[in-house]
Ligand binder design. Structure first.
Ligand code: N01
Length: 575
């Protein structure tokens, strides 16, 4: 068996790289195992045309090193995938990370070894590496769904998946192309594919809300201003619900605002672009009436951009409140439907029946394609973790433990799985935030835990079942307050057949969540048992650090939210 590691990290995306650096700084023996042939995670795999980040790059970048901040220059507000990948490589080279990363290797299993207070981690090479701590830095959107279609194997053209795009790129010129899906990946790639393909047919099952990015170079003046004090900029971003500054208006109630003021505010945010419109009003995520005001505004914008009213109608979301499915940020998405070489097919009225040798047949029509792009999404948040055969103290797998949906303590640890950390795992703010700020918060916190264990010569830390249950209830109740559970979204596990329906992220916000984590630490790691071999060094079973009720919430919104929590409690037998 290989030499024992202190820390084995699964994945070398932004989370894995920072965890590696942080562990090394603590003098720990660490190695990362990465399936790809390079660093970058999401930005290594998702190379489809038009792929770019939709949180501004000055925010979506590491904040842990002042010199790194000063030396890297983003070319645009929203960096494109090649630049993000170059940044990941720059960081890896700058901190000499690659020597501790094993590429093109997968972790297939991790089994708890009680005698050693550690894990035996199996690789797809058959090797077993013992490690005291295992950190799952596996990404939230890294495992594509297994979606398949009748006749797919008979199709003679080329199939591309946005999440596994060929590294050498694809030339669609002169080609008839079909694309299935209208989530973020499709909405970014459709305008670019349409520019080069002879013809593009978009197969849409559910329309999504999308707002314009307003991308462009970062003005020199703005960048210089940022350079003066990136710390202050990041401190402000981190201490927000979303992990980036989105100009929230905590006392603005849409249902009590005159129509002309609503319009002016929404126009202002639409002109600014990106996600700004998500935080126009304090009630839009809770009150359906308030949400409809914002949704109607976006529907109007779709009608303004799309010339054919029938197509505009098809593109207008109707089955979910705005923001309850992950909204998209685009460049020219809606205007692309004004092109002569682009057609939209509504799979609700004309369902896809089968692939054929030459293309796709729907109930009413047949299409011939040289290539079909599947932009069909991911088994989000739990997929990458459950695919590893992780067995804890009782031999139970994590997949079995999560049979009713993921249950974690702080989205960070799982009861029965000591010394196993999830970075931005289910039950943490994660995908509702700027991922890099969430990653840095989580990695710093895990490093604190490890340092604290080492200081007291402890062998392991494990979340208690009581704390896990209390936290999971809190996550469920927080989601129940909002409109999120009303959408069939990947946030709810609804895009994967058989996946339990449970809201996967913590809606309380990164600011609130960070405070909770700090309180848990300051109370001597409440909700955890800390031990060495048979000896329990510290045990604090209960989680008590619930956040205080929001201070500025309007009374009628608070009432609405609390009524939903009561209903959730009743349904789940909680008092
Ligand atoms: O995946 P999705 P994505 N038949 O799940 C459709 C992040 N991201 O890769 O809605 C027909 O959103 C499905 O239809 P429906 C971001 O968090 C970020 O686009 O289930 N259609 C949907 O339209 C994002 O949310 C960035 O009815 C089928 C689409 O496929 C997340 O990744 C960029 C189907 C899947 O959309 C996932 O985005 C890209 C079927 N059988 C992604 N199965 C940026 O930072 C699925 N669909 C910019």
């Amino acid at each position: 068996m290989a030499e024992r590691l202190d820390v084995l990290i699964v994945g070398a995306g932004f989370a894995g790289m920072y965890m590696l650096l942080k562990s090394r700084e603590q003098g720990l023996k660490v190695q990362a195992i990465e399936a790809g042939s390079g660093v970058g995670g999401t930005w290594y795999w998702n190379r489809y045309p038009g792929a770019r980040v939709d949180i501004q790059s000055l925010d979506y970048s590491y904040g842990f090193d002042a010199r790194l901040e000063q030396e890297w220059r983003w070319s645009e507000r929203y960096a494109p995938q090649p630049e993000l990948l170059a940044y990941a490589n720059h960081v890896a080279d700058r901190f000499d990370l690659k020597k501790d990363i094993r590429f093109k290797t997968r972790v297939t299993a991790a089994h708890w070894d009680a005698k050693a207070d550690g894990w035996n981690v199996t690789l797809d090479t058959g090797e077993v590496i013992p490690a005291r701590f295992v950190v799952m830095a596996t990404g939230c959107l890294s495992v594509p769904t297994d979606v398949t279609f009748p006749g797919l194997d008979d199709y003679k053209g080329t199939i591309y998946r946005t999440s596994r795009w060929p590294h050498e790129g694809v030339d669609f010129s002169e080609q008839r192309v079909g694309i299935i899906g209208t989530g973020s990946s499709a909405i970014q790639s459709i305008p670019i594919i349409a520019e080069s393909a002879a013809h593009l047919t978009v197969f849409q099952r559910t329309p999504n809300y999308s707002t314009p990015a307003r991308n462009g170079p970062i003005p020199e003046e703005e960048f210089q201003e940022w350079l003066k004090d990136p710390r202050a900029f990041r401190a402000r971003s981190r201490y927000t619900p979303t992990g980036f500054w989105n100009d929230p208006r905590e006392d603005a109630i849409a249902t009590q605002t005159p129509p002309d003021e609503i319009k002016a505010e929404l126009e202002r945010r639409w002109a600014w672009g990106g996600f700004r419109i998500l935080s126009a009003f304090a009630d839009q995520a809770i009150d359906p009436e308030a949400n409809k005001i914002v949704a109607d505004f976006i529907a109007e914008k779709i009608r303004e951009q799309v010339k054919d009213p029938k197509v505009a109608e098809m593109l207008t979301p109707k089955d979910h409140p705005f923001g309850t499915k992950r909204p998209c940020v685009d460049t020219n998405y809606y205007a692309t439907y004004n092109r002569d070489n682009v057609e939209l097919v509504d799979l609700r009225s004309d369902p896809l029946e089968t692939f054929t040798a030459t293309g796709i047949r729907t109930k009413n029509r047949s299409f011939d394609f040289d290539a079909v792009v599947l932009a069909t999404g991911f088994d989000a948040m739990t997929g990458a973790i459950e695919r590893v055969d992780i067995r804890g103290v009782n031999g139970e797998t994590i997949k079995e433990h999560w049979a009713a949906g993921p249950e974690t303590y702080l989205g960070l640890m799982v009861a029965g799985f000591p010394n196993l950390f999830l970075i931005t795992g289910p039950g943490s703010p994660s995908v509702l935030t700027n991922m890099i700020n969430s990653i840095e918060q989580h990695v710093d916190y895990v490093a604190d835990i490890i340092a604290s264990l080492n200081a007291s010569q402890a062998g392991r830390i494990e979340a208690t079942r009581e704390a896990e249950q209390a936290w999971t209830d809190h996550v469920d109740q927080s989601a129940a307050m909002t409109l999120f559970p009303r959408a069939n979204s990947w946030y709810m596990g609804a895009n994967v057949p058989g996946k339990p329906r449970r809201f996967l992220a913590y809606t309380g916000g990164l600011d609130v969540y960070s405070d909770i984590c700090n309180a848990v630490r300051d109370k001597g790691w409440e909700g955890f048992v800390i031990a060495r071999g048979d000896q329990v060094l510290r045990a604090s079973h209960e989680f008590t650090s619930f956040p205080p009720p929001p201070e500025n919430m309007a009374p009628h919104i608070m009432e609405m939210a609390m009524a939903r929590v009561e209903a959730w409690n009743k349904e789940h037998g909680r008092v």
